[in-house]
Design a protein around this ligand. Structure first.
Ligand code: KG4
Ligand code: ZN
Length: 340
């Protein structure tokens, strides 16, 4: 392909309104992220209706800013990409309606992108990381262990049976009074704690399973706090945070390494908001070094929700001929299924 492929990507599946301009699936010309965290903080989590309304307010200025920063107009764009699931339906619909309107008015192809494929594709932005590899996707809503055979070609090896990893971080953080979003707060305060202070359970499920379960460790933390209260013992927040984090990270690292070894793959990637966790990065790095496996993870800005990752995923869809019609709808529970 001689001509540059310029994708305008829109991401609005949760509480970030983001628009990016991405060249040839690699070069991020702009990636504007308008976060609503401050708005949802006082409710202890994302309020869907508020999120949708805020996306409506934000989307036009964020699009203008993304084009401006990339020094482009809509005429320079090859295709318009948008996350169509999974996510909050009202939030997704704002991005989708905007993407359709722009694609229709500017006569550009429309490409719907799966949010998790976006997270995986964030690994192609920096460095020279290429499939095949094992990708551990750990975000607020998802926990998937994926065999990435090629660009856009996946086999799901395992997923969570209950809470997502980020959800467990957020719920535990709330129970120890750290507020929302809990993941980064647990990450930070854990550095002051003793990770061996409390032995929380590690759930490996049946032998050989690549599935996850984080509700047990979450309940164990809640029980521990209740017991402390009953015995009128002091609650040591840094110790609880560090011990909880250790138990979650240990399971994620062990299962990911096992999967790579079983598939005889020498590359592992992390993706999603929890991939920004410093303990997870550190432990995964140590384990990979021991096994001679190359580890890749995106910079924190590309781990949490952003439109650049959607633009990268859309590029591979575009060159594979994927185009969506104007009847493309938001699918809140869109599954990541095997694609060969
Ligand atoms: O990928 P993301 O932005 O949204 C979803 O697609 O869900 O992930 C957000 C999740 C939240 O649960 C947040 O607490 C978690 O990622 N997170 C972290 C860290 N930074 C964000 N969890 C642990 N440690 C972090 N440093
Ligand atoms: Zn996400």
């Amino acid at each position: 392909m001689n001509e540059d492929v310029i994708i305008m990507a829109i991401e609005s599946s949760c509480d970030e309104t983001s628009v990016a301009i991405v060249k040839n699936g690699k070069h991020v010309l702009s990636n504007i992220i308008s976060s609503q965290i401050d708005l949802h903080k006082k409710f202890g989590g994302v309020v869907p209706e508020i999120a949708s309304r805020k996306h409506i307010e934000n989307i036009d200025p964020v699009i203008s800013e993304a084009l401006e920063e990339a020094d482009m107009t809509i005429k320079d764009v090859t295709a318009v990409a948008v996350t169509y699931g999974p996510g909050l339906v009202g939030a997704l619909l704002v991005g989708l309606a905007e993407a359709k309107a722009i694609a229709f008015a500017a006569k550009k192809p429309l490409i719907g992108v799966h949010h998790i494929e976006g997270h995986i594709s964030a690994n192609y932005i920096e460095g020279d990381f290429k499939p095949p590899f094992v990708c551990m996707v750990v975000s607020g809503g998802h926990t998937h262990l994926v065999h990435v055979r090629d660009y856009g070609k996946y086999e799901i090896m395992g997923k969570t049976r209950d809470d997502a990893a980020g959800e467990a971080f957020d719920k535990v953080a709330r129970s120890i009074g750290l507020g929302y979003p809990g993941g980064p707060k647990i990450d930070k305060i854990s550095r002051e704690g003793n990770e061996d202070a409390i032995e929380f359970p590690r759930s490996y499920l049946e032998n050989g399973s690549y599935d996850f379960s984080f509700s047990g460790v979450k309940s164990a933390v809640l029980n521990y706090i209740n017991q402390c209260k009953m015995k009128e013992q002091e609650i040591n927040v840094p110790d609880i945070a560090a011990s909880f984090q250790k138990s979650v990270v240990e399971v994620i690292v062990n299962k990911t390494i096992k999967a790579a070894k079983e598939l005889k793959l020498d590359k592992i990637a992390l993706a999603g908001g929890v991939a920004a966790n410093s303990k997870l990065r550190e432990e995964m790095k140590k384990a990979c070094e021991k096994e001679g496996i190359t580890l890749h993870y995106p910079s924190p800005v590309y781990c949490t929700d952003n439109a650049a990752m959607i633009g990268v995923a859309a590029y591979y869809e575009y060159i594979n001929g994927v185009r969506h019609n104007m009847d493309l709808n938001a699918i809140p529970n869109l599954k990541l299924s095997d694609r060969f």
